[in-house]
Design a protein around this ligand. Structure first.
Ligand SMILES: [Zn+2]
Length: 240
């Protein structure tokens, strides 16, 4: 059986169909509020064409086979949608090591790599409160670049997200370098409606650099499914 994988396109090549997707969703298997079944029903009601369950995992996660089986069974009743079973995992160092086991990596149909915490070099994490905005941006940038260059990811998820939650707009020079590096690898970079504090500026950079993109709302509740798609359609992205 060949593995299902979403197809990612460069920003300038996005069609309405490519935009009509929701490629970051969390369920009650982790910190999401709804079941996979409810997510699928809601996505269908909203006309979403492709959806990815990207559950948070760690290297020691032991429930992934059960999660996979549940969704694999459910998606058979939603064959009008392309449904992918994937993961979101975090960077553990600046060389792109992920908090992810080999077995889960082998099973996942889409792998999102994120910066969630800043590892120190002693097996722990730095406290965000002790870091300046500049330090936060630089560390997040380096962790992101490690994944872009080396990690077995399909998508760099919510780029600049940790910085933006604390300090506002992520420095444009870092976004620019990250986008260029994703094209060299290549991996997709996510347009994420939950973390981007200035979507219009990020889209301008996408127009300029034309990276391969993924589209995700980081939906944790049913009412968030399709948010990023709707914002992009409102901006005229992917319309002829
Ligand atoms: Zn995340």
């Amino acid at each position: 059986m060949t593995m299902r994988k979403p197809v990612f396109r460069r920003f300038s090549e996005l069609t309405p169909r490519d935009v009509n997707v929701e490629l970051q969703v969390h369920t009650s298997w982790t910190d999401g509020k709804a079941t996979s079944r409810e997510v699928l029903e809601t996505a269908r009601a909203r006309g979403v064409g492709a959806l990815a369950f990207t559950e948070h995992v760690r290297e020691d996660t032991d429930w992934y086979p059960d999660f996979f089986r549940e969704i694999d069974a459910n998606r058979k009743q939603f064959s009008d949608m392309a449904v992918y079973i994937g993961v979101e995992t975090k960077a553990m160092d600046e060389q792109g090591r992920l908090d992810l086991s080999e077995s889960v990596l082998a099973a996942a149909e889409i792998v999102l790599g994120s910066v969630h915490r800043f590892p120190d070099d002693r097996g722990g994490y730095l406290d965000f409160k002790t870091l300046s905005a500049e330090e936060t941006a630089e560390i997040e940038f380096r962790l992101s670049m490690g994944m872009i260059r080396n990690a077995p990811i399909d998508v760099l998820a919510h780029p600049g997200g940790m910085y933006q939650r604390r300090h506002g707009e992520f420095p444009e020079r870092y976004f620019r370098e990250m986008m260029i590096a994703t094209l060299e690898r290549p991996v997709a970079i996510e347009i994420n409606s939950s973390y981007l504090v200035n979507m219009a500026r990020f889209i301008d950079l996408c127009r300029e650099i034309d990276p391969i993109v993924s589209i995700g709302s980081d939906a944790h509740r049913l009412d968030e499914i399709g948010t990023c798609r709707d914002l992009l359609l409102d901006m005229g992205i992917g319309t002829p």
